[in-house]
Design a protein around this ligand. Structure first.
Ligand SMILES: [Zn+2]
Length: 312
């Protein structure tokens, strides 16, 4: 099958066999493209890898949209111009192949649960911490989508009643995403740099550098205590969010992916400590909190797993 991860800024795809080996790869960038262009680029990308493997059976797409999985319709999307698009039917007509489509985090958690960090577990929650925070659920071995396909929005769980707002359509305050995403860590790093001008963060700020989550992580790895404290606070807040998820769903594994995980144990250790201290026993004591296995390729591989399973 062909697996395509169509993210907000780029497409990553490949021809993937049942043992999850990637045989041919394709990638594309599409900043600022309109709906027709985005769909054309997807078709071209599929045709490019299909030329190298003409015997593929199906195509799976993970897209950054609210997806009606049963009808294969992209209902709305913050990151791509894919509102009210009958995606599955449109693509299967253009490609003359069976097409399957789901939300990108839903396919990522599928890859991690079937073959990755949560292999063998029946109940799995995944959070992808990048510019924003995505969430996906596998419950009883099945992707859980909710009534409208909108389940798993763990990034919008309230962690601080009067906390900061964040960009996008969300009208809540103090969401996990407003406190622990890469964007939020950059903002907290900027504030810490103001407060502690003698820290490496403060010096970077004085030199006019843009304080991003990636820079905070880099300075923390180099030993800057102020940057480490920013990540420790983010990790503790992440842990507080995971406490609620664990109490609600009693998962075996919580998988954490996305760019923020470049901080590794600097974020994971405080998150695990808060979960161990605050989540209800026995679920809190039993849950494993693991970094994602597939990194950037989880979406592409998960799209392929969906296509393999649903075309079988
Ligand atoms: Zn929110």
């Amino acid at each position: 099958v062909i697996g395509i991860d169509a993210g907000g800024t780029k497409l990553l795809g490949g021809v993937i066999s049942a043992d999850l080996v990637v045989h041919h790869r394709v990638h594309r960038l599409w900043r600022g493209a309109d709906r027709a262009e985005v769909l054309d680029i997807m078709v071209e990308a599929v045709e490019e890898v299909r030329a190298a493997a003409p015997d593929v059976d199906a195509v799976g797409f993970g897209i950054p949209s609210l997806v009606d999985h049963d009808r294969g319709v992209s209902l709305s999307s913050v990151h791509l111009p894919l509102e009210d698009v009958p995606f599955r039917d449109l693509m299967s007509e253009r490609l003359a192949l069976p097409v399957f489509v789901d939300n990108d985090t839903n396919v990522a958690v599928l890859a991690e649960q079937r073959h990755g960090a949560a292999r063998g577990a029946r109940h799995v929650v995944m959070l992808t911490l990048g510019t924003g925070i995505g969430g996906g659920l596998v419950l009883d071995g099945q992707v859980y989508r909710g009534t409208l396909g909108a389940a798993g929005e763990i990034g919008h769980m309230t962690v601080e009643l009067d906390g900061p707002a964040h960009p996008g359509d969300c009208t809540n305050r103090g969401c996990l995403e407003a406190l622990v995403s890469g964007t939020a860590i950059g903002r907290e790093g900027w504030e810490a740099g103001q407060e502690y001008p003698d820290s490496e963060l403060g010096k970077a700020l004085a030199r006019g550098r843009e304080i991003t989550g990636a820079l905070v992580t880099e300075l923390a790895h180099d030993g800057d205590e102020t940057a480490r404290a920013v990540l420790a606070t983010a990790g503790a807040r992440l842990g507080a969010g995971i406490v609620s998820v664990v109490n609600l769903l009693n998962p075996e594994v919580v998988v954490l992916g996305g760019g923020v995980l470049a901080a590794g144990e600097l974020v994971l250790a405080p998150a695990r400590a808060v979960v161990a201290e605050r989540a209800l026993r026995p679920s809190g004591a039993a849950v494993r909190i693991e970094p994602a296995h597939f990194g950037e390729e989880a979406g592409m591989l998960g799209a392929a797993v969906m296509a393999l399973e649903e075309s079988a």
